[in-house]
Design a protein around this ligand. Structure first.
Ligand SMILES: Nc1nc2c(ncn2[C@@H]2O[C@H](COP(=O)(O)OP(=O)(O)OP(=O)(O)O)[C@@H](O)[C@H]2O)c(=O)[nH]1
Ligand SMILES: [Mg+2]
Length: 238
């Protein structure tokens, strides 16, 4: 059996090591990675990709932890791909720490991979597409894609996701300004997180007035307030 066919079989079974191997091959642009992706594309199927994006520190990862718990309660197998192109200097280990999905460590129904774009911003969109192709060949029910929403390439990456949750929080300046900044052009819904902090309700009201034509949900990811409402909106779309 060729190395490829072993990896393909492993990915299709959802074997963690095969998945990690295939994703690394794609991420590193290893020899044969394109052929591997082409082969996995044939066996893969359409899967919902839930996007989560927003400025650094708004609580995306804490929220993601809650969302993954909700999806697991629904019996869904979840693959998480966290892309952080904005800070190539932080590299892999630190990035892993930032995912804050410790609640799901040891759960075989959750697979987590962080991706450092290592400064290769130009290739980010293509490699994300190929990484999603790998995950689609594995027995997941939903893929969650997290990016730090700071630039055009993250907006491009989020075009692979539907629905897209844009997360904001009070104390980050003008939320309506953020709406105008372009990131909200990809939003299916907007979460104002940190509802326990001053200014959250005002930020939500500002966004309501901006006529974004998407639902706006207030959450507190640390306590779980508002998560039920968010999950209800997400379940209707994935
Ligand atoms: N007060 C409050 N703090 C929160 C809430 N959600 C998250 N935090 C805190 O905000 C900080 C950042 O949370 P993360 O989940 O790492 O935010 P992030 O958006 O993933 O951050 P990056 O990945 O660095 O961009 C942590 O200290 C969290 O505990 C919330 O609802 N209320
Ligand atoms: Mg994070």
């Amino acid at each position: 059996m060729s190395v490829h066919s072993e990896i393909i079989t492993g990915v299709c079974r959802g074997d963690d090591r095969s998945l990690a191997h295939a994703l690394s091959a794609v991420e590193d642009g290893a020899a044969g990675a394109d052929e591997l992706v082409d082969a996995l594309a044939i066996v893969g199927r359409a899967l919902p990709v839930l996007g989560i994006t927003g400025a650094p520190g708004v609580g995306k990862s804490t929220l993601l932890n809650r969302i993954v718990s909700g999806l697991r309660a629904d019996g869904k197998r979840v693959a998480v791909l966290a892309v952080d192109p904005s800070s190539p200097v932080t590299g892999g280990a630190l990035l892993g720490d930032r995912i804050r999905l410790h609640d799901h460590a040891g759960d075989s129904g959750v697979f987590i991979r962080s991706l450092s774009a290592r400064g290769h911003l130009g290739g980010l969109v293509q490699s994300t597409e190929d990484l999603l192709t790998v995950l689609r060949a594995a027995p997941f029910d939903v893929i969650v894609l997290e990016t730090v929403g700071v630039g055009q390439s993250e907006i491009e990456v989020m075009r692979y996701a539907d629905p897209v949750v844009v997360v904001t929080a009070p104390g980050l300046g003008d939320s309506v300004q953020a709406a105008k900044a372009g990131i909200l052009e990809i939003a299916s819904l907007v979460v104002v997180n940190k509802s326990d902090l001053d200014g959250a309700e005002r930020a939500a009201a500002d966004l309501e007035r901006a006529d974004l034509e998407v639902p706006i949900v207030l959450t507190c990811a640390t306590t779980g307030a508002g998560i039920d409402e968010l999950m209800t909106l997400l379940r209707a779309r994935i």
